[in-house]
Design a protein around this ligand. Structure first.
Ligand SMILES: NC(=O)c1ccc[n+]([C@@H]2O[C@H](COP(=O)([O-])OP(=O)(O)OC[C@H]3O[C@@H](n4cnc5c(N)ncnc54)[C@H](OP(=O)(O)O)[C@@H]3O)[C@@H](O)[C@H]2O)c1
Length: 219
């Protein structure tokens, strides 16, 4: 079985933030949002972390003809039962969690039609998640849409092949504001992830730039 292509797609401010200190994250233009919907239409699965559900309550659909499977990584099962990815039935939702998750919450999510996958004792094993999405649902293109913690978890496991970043012409600032990649971080340049620039596109009317990178493997 071929490994799916896994790409990060996010909008960031010029100073690399995913959201403001108060969690305001919808700052890219309508044109960019339409581009994101097209990318979702091409993708077989879209993945986000639990905090993104808590903060943004996104639908994670393409608003088009074909919706990707929605996947939430939630080790402690903290997303609410009234989250839009739970109540909206236009696409399948999978919650990837751990053996620590409360059994009652697992049952309630399943009653609502959500698939709950236990993929680890204390942390969700992301390699297993990607393999299971490929094996069970033939996923070939998987899109990781943040937040910063989740992007880090995928990058540190060496699971990301490409990044597509929209740089919005704003500066949000704030040490506590989430950035494109958070987590523990790499200690030195010998560990860091290196990228190759594939393309730069500019959306002139909104002063946004879209940067596409390929992750260089085997360094
Ligand atoms: N501008 C954009 O395009 C964009 C896109 C997405 C999100 N955002 C913003 O980003 C912010 C959220 O980012 P965030 O970094 O706080 O959170 P996040 O990445 O959305 O979610 C982090 C959560 O996912 C869990 N998680 C991730 N990987 C896991 C693993 N391998 N095993 C178990 N649990 C795992 C974490 O668990 P632990 O707590 O146990 O580590 C944590 O609960 C929000 O403000 C949102 O608005 C912006």
């Amino acid at each position: 079985m071929e490994k799916p292509l896994v790409r990060i797609v996010c909008a960031i401010s010029v100073d690399g933030k995913l959201a403001s200190i108060e969690g305001y994250s919808s700052f890219s233009s309508q044109q960019d949002r339409e581009r994101l919907f097209k990318l979702r239409e091409e993708a077989d699965a879209v993945i986000v972390g639990a905090n993104t559900i808590l903060n943004d309550n996104p639908l994670l659909t393409s608003r088009g003809k074909r919706n990707p499977i929605r996947v939430v990584i939630d080790g402690q099962l903290k997303i609410p039962l009234n989250a839009r990815v739970v109540t909206d039935k236009s696409a399948l939702t999978i919650v990837a969690t751990t053996a620590k998750a409360e059994q009652g919450k697992i049952a309630r999510l399943r009653e609502k039609g959500v698939e709950v996958w236990i993929l680890g004792d204390t942390r969700v094993d992301l390699k297993k998640l990607i393999s299971k999405l490929a094996a069970r649902y033939e996923c070939k293109v998987i899109q990781v849409e943040g937040g910063g913690r989740t992007n880090w978890e995928f990058l540190k496991e060496g699971l990301i092949d490409e990044l597509q970043l929209t740089i919005a012409p704003i500066i949000l600032g704030g040490e506590r504001a989430p950035t494109l990649v958070d987590g523990e971080g790499f200690k030195g340049l010998e560990d860091c992830i290196r990228l190759e620039l594939k393309s730069i596109e500019t959306l002139r009317s909104s002063s946004e730039a879209i940067l596409s990178f390929r992750v260089l493997k085997g360094k």
